[in-house]
Design a protein around this ligand. Structure first.
Ligand SMILES: *Cc1c(COP(=O)(O)O)cnc(C)c1O
Length: 361
């Protein structure tokens, strides 16, 4: 089998073992003579699968019993709007930490629903480092504090959970969920679009402290209300059955590999290896992020001469290294190193980078 390595930022590579299992089960899932996509979400097979996926995620992340786990739709972006609707009243405000593209987007989508206090922002420094915790202007009466632990486009990541006191901490973990062990009890709400580190797009996994579901929020249709989704076991309407199933396969894959401690070690080693290749290139490649804030998941880098970008992309693709083009907001290249990207992929990339620098030096 010819191998290519996929460094896509999202929708991103899925574990090969998960894809093969889905392929194997495609025409006859679980003895049903039909695919998982072709049967009722109210049927006993699907209900059992859905419950197992939740149980496996709870085991992987050590999710306490006083947290609900929801399998929702709409992408992370829809929840930028739905979170303020659910957690805040008309006269409330919330604190937002802006550390890159996605947290800025979360602010703009929240503004119609509440007063946004941008408590700290890295924008003036082009998001090359994180606003230090002691500079945050937090409001003790805020409905919640929202932040983005890993900025997928800018490649900055919080290492460690910020202390925000008693105000519930809300985290968009779309691009770093399941990449390392996490103390869920430090959060009020965690949410993640699935297409980076969980499964296909069209699914959002949310972990929310149950007392927050009691908040009245804004007047809204039931379909937007998290408490109603929780009461209906995320089957208020037809869920993304395919996404839920693939997420469940990914959770099983992670458990079989030994869980999030093992993934954390692998992810650390992968990122270290790539940053070492960049920093050791004598300026041929460059990552501009302050080292303490560098992301383990998304590594943007530039070439010393941007005139070589097109050649780099063409040659890397020919070498079986896919989707390295950087986001247009940042330019250059970006390698995303989610759980499904193995160390061999990073070795292939760093080998190619060294060779390219020699040939085009
Ligand atoms: C990809 C991404 C989003 C957007 O997700 P959609 O599912 O397209 O809405 C939001 N936040 C972060 C951190 C992301 O990486």
């Amino acid at each position: 089998m010819s191998r290519v390595w996929n460094f896509s930022a999202g929708p991103a590579a899925l574990p090969q073992a998960v894809l093969e299992r889905a392929q194997h089960e495609m025409l006859d899932w679980n003895g049903s003579d039909a695919s998982v996509m072709e049967q009722s979400h109210r049927g006993k097979r699907f209900i059992a699968m859905a419950a197992q996926a939740e149980a496996d995620l709870r085991e992987l992340m050590g999710i306490p019993a006083d947290y609900a786990v929801l399998f929702l739709q709409g992408g992370a972006t829809q929840h930028f709007a739905q979170i303020p609707m659910n957690l805040a009243g008309e006269h409330d405000s919330a604190d937002y930490i802006v550390s890159g593209h996605w947290s800025a987007k979360a602010v703009s989508e929240a503004r119609p629903y509440l007063r946004v206090n941008v408590a700290a922002s890295g924008e003036a420094g082009d998001y090359l480092k994180l606003p230090p915790r002691d500079s945050w202007q937090l409001d003790p009466h805020a409905a919640y504090v929202h932040y983005t632990p890993n900025e997928t486009i800018h490649g900055v990541e919080f290492h460690g959970i910020p202390d925000v006191g008693e105000v519930p901490l809300v985290a968009d973990m779309s691009s770093n969920i399941l990449s390392e062990p996490l103390d869920v009890s430090r959060f009020g709400l965690i949410y993640a679009g699935a297409q980076k580190n969980i499964g296909p797009s069209g699914l959002v996994v949310m972990i929310v402290r149950r007392d927050l579901l009691q908040r009245p929020g804004r007047p809204m249709a039931r379909i937007f209300r998290y408490a109603d989704h929780a009461a209906a076991d995320s089957m208020l309407n037809t869920p993304n059955t395919w996404g839920w199933y693939l997420a469940g396969l990914t959770f099983q894959w992670l458990l079989a590999l030994g869980g999030l401690g093992v993934m954390a070690e692998r992810n650390r080693a992968k990122a270290e290896s790539l940053y070492r290749a960049i920093d050791g290139s004598g300026g041929y490649y460059r990552n501009p992020i302050e080292p303490a804030a560098r992301s383990r998941m998304n590594v943007p880098f530039t070439l010393h001469d941007s005139a070589l970008d097109a050649v780099f992309l063409q040659e890397s693709e020919a070498a079986g290294l896919l989707a390295l083009k950087g986001h247009k907001a940042v330019g250059g290249m970006r390698a995303s190193l989610y759980n499904a990207v193995p160390m061999e992929a990073v070795q292939a990339l760093t080998g190619f980078m060294r060779d390219f620098a020699q040939r085009h030096g």
